[in-house]
Write a protein that binds this ligand. Structure first.
Ligand SMILES: N[C@@H](CCC(=O)N[C@@H](CS)C(=O)NCC(=O)O)C(=O)O
Length: 240
């Protein structure tokens, strides 16, 4: 099986796809496209979507984390990504994909604008065809172009931050009822864990989230993840 995965540096859904590939023990190569311009490149590559992850699987184009989960299960059924109550797993996966993933993405986009140091921390491990050290040296020139496209306002970011404690409670509930957190992780496990893992890159959220089963689950499934946001969130946005 020949797999090439495309992401962008720091992308939590791209990490979700990577974790599913590793879970299936499918060798792959990863390429990172530049953040905030990836959508134009994807169009030129013929993927017909504007978001990563996308994947080339034995010559076939596969898009989105949910599409990738199903394509991987079809290509290599063991270990399955939907073992057990498939409807419950798909419900949790859809919630995590639609709500959890995007809320923390919006907050991270706002935070990149407000923490000048953050961008450099998220390129650690990036596979863009240039050494990471060189990439970091180029960031002062690249940063203004990228941040210009980060259009998340304070009201949106605040709503996303305020939603996090409720989302963590919901992840705890999914763990308690056994939809996720079983012996063999499923597609919802990877979808949930990578979004919670991105939350854990915020200095102000790390400790309260790590105290929850949701935090322990994210760190267990996704121990290595780049990036750090310093204490740039207004305290009144943090509702733990
Ligand atoms: N929910 C989808 C979309 C993922 C998504 O939005 N990815 C972001 C990176 S984290 C992206 O590619 N954004 C590019 C853009 O919006 O231009 C999935 O899981 O595949």
């Amino acid at each position: 099986m020949k797999v090439r995965l495309y992401g962008v540096p720091g992308s939590h859904p791209a990490r979700c796809a990577e974790l599913m590939l590793r879970h299936k023990e499918i060798p792959y190569t990863r390429t990172d496209l530049p953040n905030m311009t990836s959508r134009y490149i994807l169009r030129l590559m013929g993927y017909g979507v504007s978001t990563v992850p996308v994947m080339r699987l034995d010559g076939r184009r596969v898009t989105t984390t949910r599409g990738i989960a199903r394509a991987l299960d079809a290509a290599r059924p063991e270990p399955p990504l939907f073992a057990g109550d498939r409807a419950e797993i798909e419900r949790a996966e859809a919630w995590a994909d639609d709500e959890l993933q995007d809320g923390v993405r919006q907050l991270a986009r706002w935070a990149v604008k407000h923490d000048r140091e953050a961008m450099a921390t998220f390129v650690d491990g990036a596979r863009m065809g240039v050494p990471v050290g060189l990439l970091k040296r180029a960031l002062p020139a690249i940063r203004p172009t990228v941040t210009l496209q980060l259009k998340v306002g304070d009201a949106t970011a605040r709503a996303c931050a305020e939603a996090i404690p409720g989302q963590i409670d919901r992840v705890d509930a999914l763990l308690a009822e056994g939809t996720i957190g079983g012996r063999r992780p499923n597609a919802a496990d990877f979808q949930v864990a990578t979004s919670v893992r991105l939350m854990l890159t915020f200095d102000q959220l790390r400790r309260p989230i790590a105290a929850h089963p949701a935090g322990e689950h994210a760190l267990r499934l996704c121990p290595d993840y780049p990036g750090r946001f310093r204490a740039i969130l207004p305290e009144e946005w943090i509702r733990f």
